[in-house]
Design a protein around this ligand. Structure first.
Ligand code: GLC
Ligand code: CA
Length: 580
């Protein structure tokens, strides 16, 4: 059996730059220069600022901490960082409850330090992406405080979604809707009205039918763009516009309305794209244009619109992270996603871990989650491992999880498109499962007692050194407790150690820059159902063995491998890159 010259079942994507180019689906990509298209195949590293590096020892990661680790990021070889929210926040949802969109939380830094951080990263050629949270603000936001102080029906209330309650005295919520974090989606205020929050009660939803809200976000986008930010990650991009005409549907009715048609009252409505068309004008008024990526948990066929050049430009592909470690499942997602990217003219994105899901080293070491991926927002997120319930840690096979995670990461980093990496995955970090209840912070834990452990386990501050206070995170205790095993996963423990996960990422990211050309791949037959192989232009072959039996690699130079290649055989649950 040989790998050579066989099936080419899929070619997708577009030329990265240069002249007009018609891809196989017939879409035409306008000529672009690389300053404007850096994002198409970028490796973007997500920093969760409170848990990355703490420069002043108060237990909370900060901008000075990020500045101090710029050499680490440079050596890692990423193209951009995406910062989760660092704005003033009471932390009801890890910073996704923003009290002021145009400032830095004083516990994290100052605007001057933000500018210094951007300069330090730009100095190393690393782009900066910040998180925009437009669906809801914090209840501490000045507008929500004004809304509370104002009367029902007032302009201040019209910036959010207030309704009278039901029942003779209005003491029942307008509907029985549940929030994504569990519990009711409506909360009552002192004068008896109720406001809508799809997430925590501290996260009131904005009324996007109000032009004032629209204008304010345009100003926020300009504010950060003017400070040199290169792009934006858009939180819950599929929820902003809502059809809340009376009578409102019940929870059961709401759940039964199909989500893929653009007219669901809440999720993924067609009219949300009017907002992004306006944003696009702001992005394109800068040189180079600012970029954006949508966090939109939508059905696959709905993704291209978010990713289109008239809209946000890129959208997260979460289908890979909802799959088990399985050859057929991985291939199907890649084939479909490249086709969808070609449809939108964007490049695909790939994600295996982020601050909302169980880290992939742990997911792949657990028995498959009992929940299937259904069609409601909750179902999709549960499928992605938002809920650790039902994933008993005593059944965790740590080394298997790590082995598979390394294989999946090398597979991901070889795909055409951009890879979004989450801080700590380059160390092979596992989820921290045993955080004591009293130390937990995530609202999903508090709002689903006994059911959901929440997302704190992937947000534990990074280990930089083998020992010392908070393993080099800072001079004091970390804001979430770190387990003893962090020592062996620290940057210090893995640096310079051949075969460590950190060195594998460093090598792969360096090679990726060198090998990456056009956004295309060609599948290569392997003769085994549990082995995938694909070739990128220029003779860059990637082989992933999802099975157990070793697989004889074809002739060529093994550039990097996630497991030990002996006598030309790729071990089970491993990936190799081969130059042919
Ligand atoms: C997004 C964020 C998540 C947050 C939620 C509400 O899904 O990634 O962390 O809790 O939005 O803002
Ligand atoms: Ca600090």
């Amino acid at each position: 059996m040989t790998l050579a010259q066989q099936a080419s079942t899929q070619q997708a994507g577009t030329q990265q730059s240069g002249t007009h180019h018609a891809d196989l689906q017939g879409a035409v990509v306008a000529p672009t220069d690389s300053a404007a298209t850096w994002w198409r195949q970028a490796a973007v590293y997500q920093i969760y600022p409170r848990s990355f590096a703490d420069a002043n020892g108060d237990g909370i990661g900060d901008l000075q901490g990020i500045i101090s680790r710029v050499p680490y990021l440079t050596e890692l070889g990423i193209d951009a960082v995406w910062l989760s929210p660092f704005y003033p926040s009471a932390l009801a949802d890890g910073g996704y409850d923003v009290a002021d969109y145009r400032d830095v939380d004083p516990r994290i830094g100052t605007l001057e330090e933000f500018d210094a951080m951007v300069a330090a990263l730009h100095g190393e050629g690393i782009k900066v992406v910040v998180d925009i949270v437009p669906n809801h603000s914090s209840n501490d936001h000045v507008w929500f405080q004004e809304a509370l102080a104002a009367a029902p029906g007032s302009p201040a209330r019209e910036r959010y979604i207030f309704r009278d309650g039901k029942g003779p005295d209005g003491s029942e919520p307008p509907t029985d809707w549940q929030s994504i974090f569990g519990g009711p989606a409506w909360t009552r205020v002192a004068d008896g009205q109720w406001y809508l929050h799809l997430f925590a009660p501290e996260q009131p939803d904005f009324n996007w039918a109000n032009p004032e809200v629209r204008d304010d976000f345009l100003e926020t986008l300009r504010f950060w763009s003017d400070r040199g930010v290169d792009g934006f990650r858009i939180d819950v991009a599929h929820a902003l516009t809502k059809d809340l005409t009376d009578p409102l549907p019940s929870r059961a009715e709401l759940d039964s309305i199909p989500r893929g048609g653009g007219e669901h009252p809440i999720w993924d409505r067609d009219d949300v794209h009017e907002i992004y068309a306006e944003w696009r004008k702001v992005f394109d008024s800068y040189d180079p244009p600012r970029t954006a990526v949508a966090e939109a948990w939508v059905e696959r066929h709905r993704r291209p619109r978010y990713a289109s050049a008239e809209g946000l430009g890129q959208a997260f592909e979460f289908d890979l992270l909802t799959q088990a470690f399985d050859a057929a499942a991985f291939k199907e997602v890649v084939v479909d996603s490249l086709a969808l990217a070609a449809e939108s003219g964007s490049s695909s994105t790939w994600v295996l871990s982020n601050h909302d899901v169980v880290r992939h080293a742990t997911r792949y070491g657990l028995p498959p989650l009992p929940t299937g991926v259904g069609s409601t927002e909750q179902d999709m997120k549960q499928g992605a491992g938002w809920v650790l319930a039902g994933a008993p840690e005593d059944q965790l096979d740590r080394s298997r999880g790590e082995r598979r995670a390394r294989a999946a990461s090398l597979f991901e980093l070889a795909l055409p498109g951009s890879a979004y990496l989450y801080q700590g995955e380059e160390l092979g970090l596992h989820e921290v499962g045993d955080i004591p209840d009293e130390a937990r912070q995530d609202p999903t834990f508090f709002r689903n007692p006994g059911v959901d452990k929440g997302r704190d386990g992937c947000r534990v501050p990074l280990p930089w050194t083998r020992s010392g206070s908070s393993y080099g995170f800072g001079d004091g205790d970390a804001h979430l407790p770190q387990p003893d095993w962090f020592a062996d996963y620290s940057v210090e423990a893995e640096s310079g150690v051949p075969g460590s996960t950190l060195e594998m990422y460093r090598t792969a990211l360096r090679l990726r820059r060198e090998l990456q050309t056009e956004e295309r791949l060609e599948w290569v037959a392997t003769g085994r159902e549990d082995v995938l192989a694909f070739r990128r232009p220029g003779g860059w072959l990637t082989v992933t063995n999802f099975g157990a039996a070793p697989f004889p690699l074809p002739a060529g130079e093994v550039l990097v491998a996630s497991g030990p290649v002996a006598d030309g055989a790729l071990p089970g649950e491993s990936t190799a890159w081969v130059r042919q």
